[in-house]
Design a binder for this molecule. Sequence first.
Ligand code: GRF
Length: 218
Amino acid sequence: MTRKTPVAVMISGRGSNMAALIEACEAPDFPAEIVLVLSNRYEAKGLKTAADAGIATEVIDYRGKGSRKAFEDAATAAIEAAGAELICLAGFMRLLTPHFVEHWRDRLINIHPSLLPAFPGLDTHERAIQTGVRISGCTVHFVRAEMDSGPIIVQAAVPVTAKDTARTLAARVLEQEHRIYPLAVALIASGKARRVGEQVIVDEDLSGLPPLVVPPTA
Ligand code: GRF
């Protein structure tokens, strides 16, 4: 087995995407390993999940640090000390400054519960239902300074039914989030996802995947 890419996961809450990444990383042939779970909130439930899995956790409570820059400098120091080469935002609920985003450019990815560029920001499922879209989904993307923007790595789509509430749609989308985040991390860690300009090209035949998972292939 070749070297595994060391990954830091940043969370603020429940951490179900983080848990999906932890589970994926347990496979011996998975090309990444989680070296740190970092939270900006002591109350984040995912911290216990990570600790129970034997993963190092750290909390940098922004509220005690005075400024956004102080938080981000402390976060960068912790992530670099852990040796992480890729950061996965997984329900991390603080806006990151352009300084942090640039420092980690192309090494910082996020998952968002919509088919970006549709519905960036909060309350995605409510807005998707109100807009009347028939298809929604989720996106893993490289992070750029503008919120919920950046080169798209993988997306998955799900149907929106007439009976859906934000809660039922969120659950359907979350199931796909848990599939595509590990997929995106594996593609990056194995060097199979290349950023070309502001697009990501995947050098792997993914035609075996269910049809609604649609990363671009070379
Ligand atoms: C997910 O829906 C993710 O797409 C969004 O925040 C939510 C986090 O959920 N960015 P969890 O903490 O991973 O369970």
